[in-house]
Each structure stands twice: as C-alpha cells, then as structure tokens.
Design a protein around this ligand. Structure first.
Ligand code: IMP
Ligand code: MG
Length: 172
C-alpha cells in the first residue's frame, strides 16, 4: 500500500495563498490580468488564488500532459486543450501546481508567447528543484520542496488523490 506522509497543512497553504494573492494584486493593480491555469493539477490552487485577488481578472485553462501514469516527466508534452481567450497585448500569469523538470512550463511559455501577450509571468504552488532541467524564472511560488513525489490539493498520482485538501509525500 502506498504511504501518505503529510507535509503541508491546510492552514499553512491558506496563509501562503493569502500572501501570494496580496503580492499579485499589488503587482498588477494597474493592468488587465489573465490567469491561465494548467489543467488538471492547478485548478484547486487557481480557484483559491483567484478568489483572494482584489483586482479584476479574466481566467482560462490549457491542458498539457506528459506523465502518463508514472512519476517522472516524459519530456514529450502534448497539448490536449488549447487556449480559448485572446491574450494578445494582455498580461498573462500562468498558474501551475508544481514545477519539476520545468519542461512542461518551458513548452507552454513558448506556446503562449506565440499569441503575442504583453507579458508572461509564472505562479506555482510548488517549486520542486531536485530534477530541474530548464532555466525558467518563477515569479511567484508558494513553497519550495527539494524532493519526493507529492499529491493532494490538485496533485495526482495516476489521477488519484487530487481531492485531498492538504499536500502529502507519496511513498510507493
Ligand atoms: P515538469 O515538466 O517535469 O516540470 O512536470 C510538471 C508537471 O508534472 C506538473 O504540472 C505536474 O502535473 C506533474 N508533476 C511533477 N512533479 C509532481 C509531483 O510530485 N506530484 C504530482 N505531479 C507532479
Ligand atoms: Mg500539472
């Protein structure tokens, strides 16, 4: 049986999302902001984050997959849901659940850049550094974790555990 070890508690998540939302609201107070969430993992974080923003925002989602049912990225990224709104000349904030190798994000930044936005920044719930293979700038990150495979708060292992309200280390 896989073992679930709690690593980030609900109230710690809540306090951090409050803080990041305040920073974003302040940084974008004079501009039109579009949040682009990466499905499926980011939807829980994005729904908490957007409801704490005190500025007007528009939202959209794109869906990328690369993992299949394993625990490491294949590097072979497939876009399974395209962007649905116009981001030309707009300021875009990508919302991710976790950045691991960074390959998914690097691919998605290029994809979004092709629509000619005014700016693109990145906000992630978790920044996992152990396997990073790209040099990407992360503008907002809630938690830095060094290693391990994490589930809960939107994060899955083979599509399970996304509904858990806290973040766990999954020991297989
Ligand atoms: P990357 O391309 O290696 O950065 O992988 C990014 C994507 O892989 C994330 O958006 C997640 O969907 C998934 N992922 C990476 N690490 C984990 C993890 O520890 N738990 C669950 N999903 C993960
Ligand atoms: Mg993801």
């Amino acid at each position: 049986m896989p073992e679930l070890i709690p690593i980030i508690k609900k109230d710690t998540i809540d306090r951090k999302v409050d803080e990041i939302a305040r920073r974003i609201s302040n940084d974008y107070k004079d501009s039109e902001l579009i949040l682009v969430g990466i499905l499926k993992g980011a939807f829980v974080f994005m729904s908490d984050l957007m409801r704490r923003l005190t500025i007007p925002v528009q939202i959209d989602f794109i869906c990328a997959s690369s993992y299949g049912s394993g625990t490491s990225t294949s590097g072979n990224i497939k876009l399974t849901k395209e962007l649905g709104i116009d981001i030309h000349n707009k300021r875009v904030l990508i919302v991710e659940d976790i950045i691991d190798t960074g390959l998914t994000l690097a691919y998605l930044i290029e994809y979004l850049r092709s629509f000619g936005p005014k700016s693109i920044a990145v906000c992630t719930m978790l920044d996992k550094r152990e396997r990073r293979r790209t040099d990407i700038k992360i503008d907002y990150s809630c938690f830095v974790v060094e290693e391990g495979f994490l589930v809960g708060y939107g994060l899955d292992y083979a599509e399970n555990y996304r509904n858990l309200p806290e973040i766990y280390h999954l020991k297989l």
